[in-house]
Design a binder for this molecule. Structure first.
Ligand code: HEC
Ligand code: HEC
Ligand code: HEC
Ligand code: HEC
Ligand code: HEC
Length: 245
């Protein structure tokens, strides 16, 4: 007669399995949340459609706000719906006039491009009403609050946080988006502020030239920063609750 009932024999195995499952959950959790795959410099997911900012924003000269319509008024910069793309990509002939420049680039008729598999996928998504499943590139943890409109209003350009997106065929993350990165700018924003009355925050080539001008940050930037600090709303916050709920 044994002291313990028979089922006790299965306890070690059960414990082992539990530990293994627990371990897998911890590792999996770390893999998903702690490894910085989602917010790492250079992160460049493959997108479902080969949409190019270099072509659309730079060569065709479409302003960022044509697609990212909310960026100046809202916390979040929206990704455009397929109907924004369809403003141009339903046309089979160049009635829009938008293809003038593209046509003159290689002299071909646009019909070749309309046969593109990427455009077929785009039209299919549009007809089915299903949004294109773009992969998110820039992502802050949920416990951080960030507001696009406040930054653009102060004269911080997309370039300071996303780089020359207009030169990217495929978007990648260029800045760390870490807490120290936010704070570096908040403590000394002069180097990143442009005078909006001189040009737009979305005009990235102009912004890059302006910020690169020798002494700009020391002269115009500093006086701009001073005038911004006069207005307490314009002083970038460094206290914890500004960015964390
Ligand atoms: C014709 C529409 C269009 C225009 C114009 C456009 N974008 Fe985009 N943008 C998109 C689409 C679609 C995506 C999602 C696919 C991708 O990441 O490439 C995107 C993605 C992005 C992302 C990455 C978002 C993420 O997931 O983190 C950034 C940053 C961005 N755009 C910035 C810009 C800037 C800056 C400009 C102006 C220089 C601009 N875009 C102009 C359509 C546009
Ligand atoms: C203002 C007009 C306009 C808008 C809006 C627009 N495009 Fe385009 N797109 C063009 C032009 C022009 C071309 C170049 C066609 C050519 O080379 O003849 C092009 C080319 C492309 C190509 C390359 C096709 C190929 O294989 O040659 C893709 C993919 C594409 N666009 C996707 C998109 C997506 C996705 C959106 C919406 C986020 C979008 N476009 C919004 C005008 C536009
Ligand atoms: C001060 C820094 C900063 C500036 C300036 C800035 N962004 Fe962003 N952007 C971010 C951060 C940080 C995120 C990630 C936000 C999050 O996860 O909540 C982001 C996310 C995005 C996204 C992805 C949004 C989504 O929901 O998928 C787009 C698109 C974008 N930005 C476009 C732009 C455009 C266009 C401009 C200029 C007109 C711009 N941003 C200016 C920091 C900035
Ligand atoms: C390149 C410079 C720069 C970077 C990078 C930057 N900021 Fe700012 N931030 C500013 C400036 C300038 C202001 C002042 C805007 C105002 O209040 O008018 C500001 C204001 C803010 C505010 C207060 C505005 C409001 O009313 O919502 C918050 C919150 C904030 N930033 C969060 C962040 C976070 C989070 C990051 C990093 C992910 C970040 N910022 C990165 C320049 C920057
Ligand atoms: C200007 C915005 C901003 C301010 C101010 C700020 N944080 Fe953060 N904080 C962030 C961002 C962005 C992250 C996310 C960093 C990442 O994902 O790598 C973060 C992450 C954190 C984390 C998570 C651990 C880590 O380092 O990644 C802690 C804890 C934290 N902050 C505490 C604080 C405390 C305490 C203060 C005040 C002394 C503060 N933060 C002020 C933007 C800010």
């Amino acid at each position: 007669m044994s002291i313990f009932p028979k089922w006790v024999n299965s306890i070690p195995a059960f414990a082992l399995v539990s530990v293994a499952i627990g371990f897998a959950i911890v590792v999996g959790g770390f893999w998903t949340y702690a490894t910085p795959a989602y917010w790492e410099v250079g992160y460049q997911p493959e997108q479902p459609i080969n949409y190019s900012h270099q072509l659309h924003a730079q060569e065709l000269g479409i302003d960022c706000r044509y697609c990212h319509t909310n960026v100046e008024d809202s916390r979040i910069a929206n990704i455009p719906s397929t109907s924004t793309c369809m403003n141009c990509h339903t046309v089979v002939d160049d009635k829009s006039g938008y293809l003038k420049k593209a046509n003159s680039l290689d002299g071909s008729t646009p019909s070749a491009h309309f046969a593109s598999p990427d455009l077929a996928a785009l039209r299919e998504a549009h007809e089915s009403g299903m949004p294109v499943k773009w992969k998110r590139v820039h992502k802050l943890p949920d416990y951080v609050q960030f507001n696009h409109a406040a930054h653009l209003d102060a004269g911080v350009s997309c370039i300071s946080c996303h780089g020359r997106v207009d030169q990217m065929a495929v978007v990648y993350q260029q800045k760390p988006l870490s807490m120290s990165w936010c704070l570096d700018c908040h403590r000394n924003p002069a180097h990143d502020l442009i005078d909006k009355s001189q040009g737009g925050v979305t005009n990235l080539a102009w912004v890059e030239d302006t910020l690169a001008q020798d002494g700009y940050a020391d002269n115009a930037g500093a006086s701009l920063a001073a005038s911004l600090s006069d207005n307490s709303r314009r002083t970038p916050p460094t206290h914890c609750s500004a960015c964390h709920y």
